[in-house]
Design a binder for this molecule. Structure first.
Ligand SMILES: O=C(O)CCC(=O)C(=O)O
Ligand SMILES: [Fe+2]
Length: 847
């Protein structure tokens, strides 16, 4: 400053002052310029910082994007690895994915570091804020500020003023120097920041490029590996596909083979089954019509049947004469089994149809039945079956279940086996073994003709036995006309044309039709071709049986007694106590409905051994009533026909039921409905205590949908075999009394029991290994003795073979877990339960 001042000094004090002032003002200007530069430098610095921060931000964004992309690639790689691992079990892809994951983690860390490092450049000049300047040089108005400062140092004279100015200048100089220093420092800062950020950016870019490059390389390598792996897997898939195709072809082949075998087996089974069914029918057991038997392994069961039959016949060769008949049955069965022609012919649909009809399984039209007469194949098969039937009959097997009771005659109706031609069975039964012999004109009967008396007469004369015909009774209607009067056979039938008038008959037709609970039971031969009801006088309880079915009696309704009081006096019966105590009612809805050839010869009425009265009233449409001789003599006419019209009374008296059959045949032309009431006298009431022991057919055990009443009054759930019910019933069953091995071992009924047991077990899903089953059978039949039951192990073997073949070979108790019954798998229940099942089945053999 001194130098500057020296150059402007010599012009006196005033001049000096003026010079100083100029100088100060110059310096002020310089100071202002410097401040401006400082401002601008500060702005530059902020700009630079902002610029680099922006760049860093951008870089970070790019890096995040890159990482994300890599992550996606890694995810894909993860998927690929999953696929690869699951397909080929390769771990390479997974390892690569893991390394990528680590790299990404590293990159993320790196970004964090960079973020931390990328804090704004430290402001080393931050302490030098504008406010700390010794001079308040706000804005551009430096002059007034200086003036003010100068003013404060002014009033001490010119010298003082000079000295003050000098001071001021020297302060200004200091200030300038300080500002210059700041400018210097700011310039340095600016360069430093730029350099700092540049360096950082450079480094960051370098790291990033390296990292990304490395990752990309790795991803590339990974994909290449993946590609190779895929190719390998593709190869494997192609191989597998080829193998699969070949296996599929093999399976198809096997399936075809199975089908062939099954078809073959089904054919065998059909034949065997027909035999079983037939023999079953003979011993009073029918399986065919029962849905409950669906799902039973018939092949096994029928196989078991034949095996045990064969076994029985083998065993029988050593036994006593009394078993001969059974041996014959076994032999007949075996011979049928080996009869090639029989089996061949049986395959024919028409033949099997005929057999099914013959066995009563399926109903066919009379026209179809007639065609069979001329069909050699059908006749051949039926003849073979008849031979078997003959053996069975001889061995004491009966036609149907009730025939096995002690009272075989206690039936109102027999199966239509006794008569042929247009009998009831014509619609339901094949032209069977019963036919009229054209040479002798005699019916071929189950029974031979009874012996005649010493002369030509068949029966004692009525005068001798004291038979009074109803028409001869004093009060009887004189118009009662005997259209059949066979004194030799003591057989009579009378007719009385409507004595009541049309009005009476119409009103009674309606009353009886509405007042009766009509039934149409199914017999062995199909549904009965008419409706029926069975009524008895108060105090009588006899049931009425139709082909295997029992009908409970209805007590005479009031109208019945009233009607009898109108009808009976025409037959000479005026007292209630003398009137019939039972009545069979028939409703023929139309001309197609009928009653086949039969005799009312049930034991209940004793019609075969004693004189027997039957009185009938017809209401409604007229129908033909035919009577024919059982054993007509050479010159005798076979029978008589009587039309029965509305209101007509008809009687049968004496021994008519023994020597004649009667029927009401189908009408050719349409006719209206007809009711017939047939009154009879119950001569020998059935012993009701016998009812307890009545036969329950074996199949009923399984067939019944609901509860099955046990002989002792308890009930068993059959068809559904419900767990708890079966369990508790079986638990309560008493132990079996010891059985006589000779009697039971070889009877066909017993063998049927084993079949049923096998079927029961099969049905509830229990399958045993041969030895297990045999042991079980032995235990259960310990009462039978050391021989045991011959057929059983075979039976078990067949069952176990036929079942283990199809499913689980190792399971001894429950293949496939497919159990259709409500009992569930018996696996957990074990032998005890099975023994009970056995006991249960065995208990039925007594029935
Ligand atoms: O309907 C008829 O006339 C005969 C009925 C018959 O024979 C019977 O019910 O036993
Ligand atoms: Fe009859």
């Amino acid at each position: 400053m001194d130098a500057t001042m020296g150059s402007i000094a010599p012009t006196g004090l005033k001049g000096k002052l003026a010079a100083l002032e100029d100088f100060i003002s110059m310096q002020n200007e310089e100071l202002a310029a410097q401040r401006q530069e400082i401002e601008s430098l500060r702005g530059d610095k902020a700009g630079i910082e902002e610029h680099y921060q922006g760049q860093l931000q951008e870089l970070k964004k790019t890096m995040v994007g890159d990482v994300q992309r890599l992550q996606e690639q890694k995810m894909l790689a993860g998927l690929g690895s999953l696929l690869t691992t699951s397909l080929g079990g390769s771990l390479i892809v997974e390892m690569m994915a893991r390394s990528l994951q680590q790299q990404i983690l590293g990159l993320q860390r790196r970004i964090q570091e960079i973020e931390e490092q990328a804090q704004p450049f430290p402001r080393r000049v931050a302490c030098r804020r504008a406010g700390e300047s010794r001079f308040q040089l706000e804005g551009s108005s430096s002059r007034p500020a200086m003036d003010a400062t100068m003013g404060s140092i002014a009033p001490t004279g010119l010298k003082g003023k000079l000295a003050a100015l000098e001071d001021f200048i020297s302060m200004q100089n200091e200030e300038l120097a300080a500002q210059r220093q700041e400018i210097e420092s700011l310039r340095g800062d600016k360069a430093g920041i730029e350099e700092h950020y540049q360096g950082q950016l450079q480094e960051l870019k370098k790291t990033m490029v390296g990292d990304v490059q490395r990752l990309q390389d790795e991803v590339k390598r990974h994909f290449a590996q993946q590609k190779a792996e895929n190719a390998r897997l593709q190869q494997q898939i192609t191989t597998l596909k080829g193998e699969k195709t070949s296996l599929q072809q093999q399976i198809l082949g096997l399936q075809r083979r199975i089908q062939e075998i099954e078809e073959q087996a089904a054919q065998e089974c059909t034949t065997l089954w027909t035999l079983c069914e037939m023999v079953g029918l003979m011993v009073g057991t029918s399986f065919a019509s029962n849905d409950a038997w669906n799902g039973v392994p018939w092949r096994a069961v029928s196989g078991a049947w034949l095996l045990s039959s064969a076994n029985a016949s083998r065993a029988d060769s050593k036994t006593s004469m009394s078993d001969d008949d059974l041996v014959q049955v076994g032999k007949a069965l075996s011979s049928l089994k080996d009869n090639e022609r029989f089996h061949g012919v049986l395959q024919q649909p028409s033949v099997s149809k005929a057999v099914r009809h013959w066995a009563g399984i399926e109903r066919l039209s009379p026209e179809e039945c007639e065609d069979w007469q001329s069909d050699g194949q059908i006749m051949f098969v039926l003849a073979e079956l008849r031979r078997l039937e003959h053996c069975c009959r001889k061995a004491g097997m009966k036609d149907r279940p009730s025939a096995a009771s002690d009272n075989p005659g206690d039936k109102v109706e027999d199966p239509p086996s006794k008569r042929q031609r247009t009998e009831e069975g014509a619609a339901t039964r094949a032209p069977d073994c019963k036919s009229i012999d054209p040479a002798t004109r005699t019916w071929q009967h189950d029974e031979p003709a009874p012996a005649k008396l010493a002369g030509e007469d068949w029966e004692e004369h009525r005068s001798k036995v004291g038979l009074q015909l109803m028409g001869e009774m004093p009060s009887a209607n004189a118009s009662l006309n005997y259209f059949l009067k066979d004194e030799s056979r003591r057989s009579f039938a009378a007719h009385l044309a409507n004595p009541f008038g049309q009005q009476f008959c119409a009103s009674w037709f309606a009353k009886v039709r509405v007042g009766t609970k009509w039934l149409q039971p199914n017999s062995w031969w199909g549904p009965m071709p008419r409706k029926t009801a069975w009524m008895v006088a108060k105090g009588h309880t006899c049931t009425y049986e139709y082909g295997g079915m029992e009908v409970q009696p209805i007590e005479y309704p009031v109208w019945m007694v009233e009607l009898m009081q109108s009808v009976m006096p025409h037959c000479g019966l005026t007292e209630i106590k003398d009137m019939p105590n039972s009545c069979n009612l028939n409703l023929y809805e139309d001309g197609k409905q009928m009653v086949g050839w039969h005799a009312d010869d049930e034991e209940l009425f004793q019609g075969k051994s004693k004189d027997c009265r039957i009185i009938s009233l017809s209401l409604g449409a007229s129908r033909q009533f035919e009577l024919e001789l059982n054993w007509p003599g050479p010159d005798e006419s076979i029978g008589v026909v009587q039309t029965l019209s509305d209101g007509d009374i008809c009687t049968m008296e004496g021994m008519t039921q023994k020597h004649f059959m009667h029927r009401v045949p189908e009408e050719e032309t349409p006719v209206g409905p007809r009711i017939n009431l047939t009154w009879r006298w119950i001569a020998k009431p059935r012993d009701s205590s016998k009812k307890q022991e009545e036969k329950v057919p074996l199949h009923t055990v399984l067939a019944c949908e609901d509860e099955l009443p046990l002989p002792d009054g308890r009930r068993l759930r059959g068809g559904k075999l419900e767990n708890a019910a079966v369990q508790s019933t079986l638990e309560d069953l008493p132990d079996l009394p010891p059985v006589d091995p000779g009697a039971w071992r070889r009877t066909l009924v017993w063998q049927l029991v084993t079949m049923v047991l096998a079927a029961v077990l099969a049905r509830v899903g229990v399958w045993y290994q041969e030895d297990e089953f045999a042991k079980l059978a032995m235990n259960a039949t310990s009462g039978v003795g050391s021989q045991g039951f011959g057929g059983f192990p075979e039976c078990a073997a067949i069952i176990s073979r036929s079942t283990t073949q199809s499913s689980d070979k190792t399971s001894s108790s429950h293949p496939g877990g497919e159990c259709k019954s409500g009992l569930g798998p018996l696996q957990g229940l074990g032998h005890v339960t099975c023994q009970r099942v056995w006991k249960c089945a065995a208990a039925w053999r007594r029935n």
